[in-house]
Design a protein around this ligand. Structure first.
Ligand code: SAM
Length: 275
């Protein structure tokens, strides 16, 4: 008879052989999901026997994970900045770098009128809205699928009244002025996408593809943002885009342009002021 510990050990090896990063963490998450438990609760139940009713659904998930499906898609959720968001193929899986981006934005203090461009699952807009009860937050995306997911996440977090989601190609359909515009838009050069990890290829292509040089979306976005911004600008960017984007922001009269590094020491965020 298999038990919790033997299944964790065998699946960890299987994941290792199939190139899954953090293999033990992955099987713990999947097993906890199947058993309806918190991951840490497994540690109190290593001897618990597991029967077919539990093992069959687990085996299906383990096979899919070993085949490269992202853990968050199998769980149907992702944790972001201490909150649980619904997560599926309609939008990018939120990344730890974006949590760090939110932390830096939050540390700079609240803003009254906030716009999140390319909101995806809504993680940035909803995190800022939850932290800043006085803020009026708007969020746009070109993808109707992503917006449907973002609205589900707003409902899940009780923030439906606080965040206005709308479909827009960048700021084409946006009116009014904002004190803070934030964006994590696609910045990967088209030719690099085929080389990304197999899990990343489960993200929607329009969430990744930044055009032939990876800069084309910023080149449209930055002059548009200048027309709507009276305050702070915050971008998540590719690690090799700081020089090009600093020049672009300068050319459009943004001031106080400041790159910031992620936990790995790479320049992944760019802040500026306008107006
Ligand atoms: C890198 S994903 C980021 C999603 C989310 N902000 C996050 O941090 O997890 C980029 C998002 O920008 C959206 N997007 C791409 N091109 C766009 C455009 N021209 N106008 C508005 N949104 C766009 C994509 O649909 C996708 O949801």
């Amino acid at each position: 008879m298999q038990n919790v510990l033997s299944v964790i050990q065998a699946s960890t090896l299987y994941f290792q052989k199939n190139g899954v990063e953090s293999p033990r963490l992955n099987i713990e998450h999947l097993l906890a999901h199947v058993l309806g438990k918190k991951r840490m609760e497994l540690y109190l139940e290593f001897d618990r026997p597991l029967g077919d009713a539990e093992l069959e659904p687990l085996r299906a998930l383990v096979r899919r994970r070993a085949g490269g499906e992202p853990l968050q898609h199998l769980l149907g959720t992702a944790e972001f900045h201490g909150r649980i968001f619904t997560c599926d193929k309609r939008a990018l899986i939120p990344r730890p770098e974006t949590e760090q981006f939110c932390e830096i934005v939050l540390a700079r203090g609240p803003a009254a009128r906030v716009l999140d461009v390319g909101t995806g699952s809504g993680v940035i807009a909803l995190t800022l809205a939850a932290a800043w009860p006085e803020a009026r937050v708007e969020a746009v995306d070109v993808s109707a699928d992503a917006l449907a997911l973002a609205r589900e996440n707003a409902a899940r977090l009780g923030l439906t009244e606080r965040v206005l989601f709308a479909q827009s190609d960048l700021l084409e359909s946006v009116t009014g002025e904002f004190d803070l515009i934030v964006a994590n838009l696609p910045y990967i050069a088209t030719a690099e996408i085929a080389q990304l990890a197999r899990e990343v290829r489960h993200d929607p292509l329009p969430a990744l593809d930044g055009g032939p040089r990876g800069l084309e979306i910023f080149e449209r976005f930055i002059p548009q943002a200048a027309r709507h911004l009276r305050g702070r600008f915050a971008l998540e960017i590719g690690h090799d885009q700081t020089a090009a984007l600093t020049e672009l922001l300068g050319a459009h009269n943004f001031q106080d342009i400041l790159p910031q590094t992620d936990y790995q020491g790479r320049n992944r965020f760019l802040f500026a002021n306008y107006g």
